[in-house]
Design a protein around this ligand. Sequence first.
Ligand SMILES: [Zn+2]
Length: 146
Amino acid sequence: MNGGYSDQEAQLLAELFEKYFDFKEFDSPDIPGSGRKFMQPKSLAKYVRARHLAQIPFKVNSAYRSESHNKKVGGVLNSSHRKGFAFDTSTRGKDEKKIIKALIDAGFNRIGVYQTFIHADDDPDLPQNVAWNRFTSLNAVKNFVA
Ligand SMILES: [Zn+2]
């Protein structure tokens, strides 16, 4: 995972990844090994940074999704989860604001706030610098997070 980082940064991020996560956490549940194969290295690196900044455990509800799994969970057709850019992090029993701040500080500029999880992605083919929640459509991130 060396998405635009120096060798030294990439090494550190790889070590942090080992420390905090198992690749299985990023799999589509119906395809073992799909997380390692299909998640975008740059997005994973950001996610590791976010976890490191937040200093609290991240529980990954959903990352990579196969076509059939995406259908099963009601994901949109062009979901950033299908392309390996997206992470849903559980906020059950967690400090939601801390997670959101860490995701933004780590470079995610598309944030969706739901009742029990935060969606974050860096899909370059979708609108940038946006945040939304289950009640609203897209808003500018800067307006959303004070
Ligand atoms: Zn999501």
